[in-house]
Write a new protein. Structure first.
Length: 450
C-alpha cells in the first residue's frame, strides 16, 4: 500500500496537480484530532481501544505526509512536527519507536524548515537515543536519516552565511551534535565499544537484552556506513566479521556462541541430585542461546553487506563468504540477509557478483518460504533493471516457482512472469519453451544425457 501511495503522490507531483500544503495541513489536522479523541476517553477499556485506533489512523496519516514531504519538503509545518515529536517523547520509548519512525522520516524531508536552535535540540535527542543502542531497526533507520538531514542542512546554511568560526564549528555551531562527519564518528566509536565488550567480556554478558543491544549496534553501524561520512574503523569491520560466525553454529559450536552472548549457564553435570531437571533447563538454555545467536548473526551479515556497498575492496574479499554462508547457514534470516546483500552488490559492482548468480537463483527453491519470495522479487528486480540477463536456467527457476507449495510464492511467480517481466521480455516463454519441456520433465537423454 505504501509503495502504491508513493507512486500516486509522485505522479500527482509530476503533473503539478499535488496541492502539497493543503494535503499536509489536512493530514496534520487528522493526526491531531485522532490524538485528542484517544485522550478524551474516560473509561480505561475505551481509552485503550481508542488509543489503538488512533495509532492505526496516525500511522497511515504519517505515511501519506511522508510521501507529500518527499515531493514538497516545505509542505509540513515544522511547528507541528516539533510538537508531535515532543508529545511522542512524553508517551514513552515504545510510542516514539513505533509512530516516531514515520514522524522522523517526515522530519528528514522537512529538515530545512526547522530553525537552527530547534534543529540542534532535536539532533541532540536523536543522537542520545541512537547511542543507547536499543531502538528497533525501523526506528533506528529513521533516527539516522533525520539526524543526517538536520545536521547536514544547517551545516550548509552556516557555511553559506559565513557563520562558522574556527573552533566554534567543531562544536556543532549552536550547541548541537556537530557535523555529520563528527556525530557519525562518535556513533561508530560507540558501536565499536559495544561489540568489543561482546568479544572481550563474553563471560560477563547475560540474557537476551545483551543480544538485542548487540543487534541494535550492528544495525546502526550499517546505517551510518551508508551515509559515507566517517570512515568505518578497520577494527570494527573485524568485529562484525567475527559476529557473522554465530549464524552457522550448531551442536558443540552453539555453546561457544552462547558463551559469547552470555546466555548459557555452566551447570555441573551429574554432581547434584535432580540431573534430569538440570538437563532440561540446559536444553532450554541452548535453544534460547541458539535463537539469540542467529539473531545477532543476521544483523551482523546485514551490517557487513552495507559496509561492502561503500568499500569495493571489502566487497571483493567478502562476496565469497556471503555465497558460502548461503549453503551452510541454518537460519533463514541469515540466508535472506546474505541474499539481499549480494543482490545489492550486484547493482553496485556488477562484475563482482555475476559469477554467483546461479547460486542466488537457486534460492528460489530454498526450504523457507520467506527466502523463496525474497529471491523471486530480488531476481525480478535485477532483470527489470538489466543488471542480469535472462538465461535458460533462470527461466526454469521461475517456472518451478509457478508450482510452489506456498500460495503466496505461486501468486508472486505468476504475477512476475505474466505481467512485470513479460513486458520486458514478451517472447521469453516462446524462446525457452522446448528447452523448458526437457528440463522440467527431467529428461536424461540427448543433450541432457549424463
Amino acid at each position: 500500500a505504501a509503495a502504491c501511495l508513493s507512486k500516486a503522490v509522485s505522479l500527482l507531483a509530476q503533473k503539478k496537480a499535488l496541492r502539497a500544503k493543503a494535503v499536509a495541513k489536512g493530514v496534520e489536522s487528522l493526526i491531531t484530532a485522532a490524538g485528542k479523541a484517544a485522550a478524551a476517553s474516560a473509561d480505561a477499556a475505551a481509552a485503550a481501544a481508542a488509543a489503538k485506533t488512533a495509532r492505526a489512523e496516525a500511522q497511515g496519516a504519517w505515511i501519506l505526509l511522508r510521501e507529500v514531504a518527499a515531493c514538497e519538503p516545505s509542505a509540513p509545518s515544522w511547528q507541528f512536527l516539533h510538537a508531535a515529536w515532543a508529545h511522542l517523547q512524553a508517551q514513552g520509548q515504545a510510542a516514539a519507536a513505533e509512530e516516531g519512525a514515520a514522524l522522523l522520516w517526515v522530519i528528514s524531508y522537512a529538515a530545512a524548515g526547522f530553525p537552527a536552535n530547534d534543529a540542534a535540540s532535536l539532533a541532540k535527542d536523536l543522537l542520545k537515543a541512537l547511542m543507547a543502542f536499543s531502538l528497533p531497526a525501523a526506528a533506528a533507520a529513521a533516527h539516522v536519516a533525520a539526524l543526517n538531514r538536520l545536521t547536514a542542512t544547517h551545516t550548509e546554511e552556516d557555511e553559506a552565511a559565513g557563520k562558522a568560526k574556527v573552533g566554534g564549528h567543531g562544536q556543532g555551531g549552536k550547541g548541537g551534535v556537530g557535523t555529520p562527519l563528527q556525530w557519525t564518528a562518535k556513533l561508530l566509536e560507540g558501536v565499536h565499544e559495544v561489540l568489543g565488550k561482546a568479544m572481550d567480556k563474553r563471560g560477563q554478558l547475560n540474557d537476551a537484552t545483551q543480544a538485542w543491544r548487540i543487534s541494535c549496534a550492528l544495525f546502526t553501524a550499517g546505517e551510518v556506513a551508508l551515509l559515507r561520512q566517517a570512515k568505518t574503523p578497520s577494527g570494527l569491520v573485524v568485529l562484525i566479521q567475527a559476529l557473522t560466525a554465530l549464524g552457522s553454529t550448531s551442536g558443540p559450536s552453539a555453546a561457544a556462541a552462547a558463551a559469547l552472548l552470555g546466555t548459557q549457564e555452566v551447570v555441573p553435570a551429574a554432581e547434584e541430585a535432580g540431573v534430569a531437571g538440570t538437563q532440561a533447563q540446559g536444553t532450554q538454555g541452548n535453544a534460547a542461546a541458539g535463537t539469540q545467536a542467529a539473531q545477532v548473526a543476521g544483523y551482523a551479515w546485514a551490517a557487513l553487506g552495507k559496509l561492502c556497498l561503500v568499500d569495493e575492496h571489502l566487497a571483493k574479499r567478502a562476496a565469497p563468504l556471503f555465497v558460502q554462508e548461503l549453503s551452510r547457514a541454518t537460519s533463514p534470516v541469515v540466508r535472506n540477509n546474505c541474499l539481499v546483500a549480494l543482490t545489492d552488490m550486484c547493482i553496485h559492482f556488477t562484475a563482482l557478483v555475476d559469477g554467483y548468480l546461479p547460486r542466488l537463483a537457486s534460492l528460489i527453491r530454498d526450504p523457507h518460504e520467506l527466502v523463496r519470495r525474497q529471491a523471486l522479487a530480488l531476481m525480478a528486480n535485477l532483470l527489470m533493471k538489466d543488471y542480469v540477463k535472462w538465461r535458460g536456467a533462470l527461466f526454469h527457476r521461475f517456472c518451478v516457482a509457478l508450482v510452489d507449495t506456498s500460495p503466496s510464492v505461486r501468486k508472486l511467480a505468476e504475477y512476475l512472469l505474466g505481467d512485470t517481466l513479460a513486458s520486458k521480455a514478451p517472447l521469453l516463454a516462446y524462446n525457452h519453451f522446448v528447452e523448458a519441456l526437457f528440463v522440467l520433465n527431467g529428461c536424461q537423454g540427448g543433450l541432457y544425457a549424463g
